[in-house]
Design a protein around this ligand. Sequence first.
Ligand code: HEC
Ligand code: HEC
Length: 322
Amino acid sequence: MNLTISIVIVITLSSLFGWLAVRAGQAKSRPAVRWVGAGLAGLLAVLGVFVIGLALTGLFRFYLPAAAPAPELLIEGSPAQIARGERLAYLCASCHSTASNLPLDGSAENFSPAIGTIYAPNLTPGGPLQHWSDGEIMRAIREGVHQSGRALVLMPSDQFHSMSDSDVQALVVYLRTQPAVGRQTPATELTLLGAILVGVGMFPYSPQPPIAGPVEAPPAGETAAHGQYLLTMAGCRECHGADLRGGRSQFVPIGPNLLAILAQWSAEEFVTTIRTGVDPYGHALDPETMPWPAYAAAFEDEELAAIYTYIRTLPLTGEATE
Ligand code: HEC
Ligand code: HEC
C-alpha cells in the first residue's frame, strides 16, 4: 500500500482511539468497565503514535541522509580503464541485470515487495544514469547516495566504500560504454513496514561516510593487503560471515567456513576452484548460491591468489575479528 495512505490511516486510527479513550473515561458505566475501555483505547492510540514516530524516522533517514556533494570531474577513460571497469562490473551483475550478466540492464524483480518497490536500476546509457554526472555515479557507488541526495537502500556501498578512485572511475567509464538498453525499472519506494525498518536500522541502508581525499588501492600483487581490498568489494563476507568463518544470516545463502577450508588447499587449488566451479574433491559449486562465475570473470589469477593469501593470514581459531 502507498506509504502516504498508510500513514494517514494510522494517524486516523490513532486519533480515533485517543478520542474513544477520552469518551470511555467520561462514560457513566461502572468504573472497572470505564477504565479498562479507556486503557485499551489509550494503548492503541499510543501504539499508533509510536508507529508514526518510527516511520517518520525512517523517512527522515531515507530522504535526508548525511551526504556530501558529489565530486565534480569528467573522467577521460582509456581502453585499459574500460577493460578494468568491465571486469569489476561483474560484481554488480547479480543484482543489476536480468540475466546475472553484462550488460547491467536492471533487475527483473522487486527485491522485497513487503518493504517497498526496490529494483536495482538499469545502469546502461539507456537508463537513468544518462542524466547523472560522473561524480554522482561515483558517489552512488561508494557513498550510497542517489542523485537526488536521498539514501539508497540495499545497494551494498559498504562493500564499495574503500574502492580506489582509479577502480570506481573505471567502472563509471565502462557503464557509459555499454550498449544502451531501454528498459526502465520502477522508482524506489518504501511501504509503511519499510519505513519503520529503515527507521530502526533493520533494513540494509546504503549511505557511507563521505569520501574526503584521494583513495588508492594497495599495490597490485599476491599480497594480503591487495587480497583484502578485492575480497571486500567482492562481498564474500555477506555469505561467508564477517570473519569468513561461516555465514549466519538467513537472508542470503550460508557459505561455509573459508578459513578452515582454505587451510587444506593450495593457492592453485583455490584459483582453479573459482575458475572452474569444481573444488579439489570434485564437488561442483552451485552457481545459484556461490557466484563463482562472476568472480571468475571479475578477477585475474593473480588477484584470486591475493584473496587466497589474505584469507590464509587470518587466525583459524581464537578471537573472531573482521
Ligand atoms: C545486492 C544487490 C546490488 C549489488 C551487488 C549492486 N547494487 Fe547498485 N543498487 C542496488 C539497488 C537495489 C539499487 C536501488 C536502490 C535505491 O533506489 O534506493 C542500486 C542503485 C545503484 C545506483 C543508483 C542508480 C539509480 O538509478 O538510482 C548505482 C549507480 C549503482 N547501484 C551502481 C552499482 C554498481 C556499479 C555496482 C557494482 C560495483 C552495484 N551497484 C552493485 C543493488 C545492488
Ligand atoms: C551469495 C553468497 C556467497 C558469496 C557472495 C560468496 N560465497 Fe562462497 N560459497 C557460498 C555457498 C553457499 C557455498 C557452498 C556452495 C556449494 O557447496 O555448492 C560457497 C562455497 C565456496 C567455496 C568452496 C568451498 C568448498 O568446500 O568447496 C569457496 C572456496 C568459496 N565459496 C569462496 C568464496 C569467496 C572467496 C568469495 C568472495 C570472492 C565468496 N565465496 C563469495 C556462498 C557465497
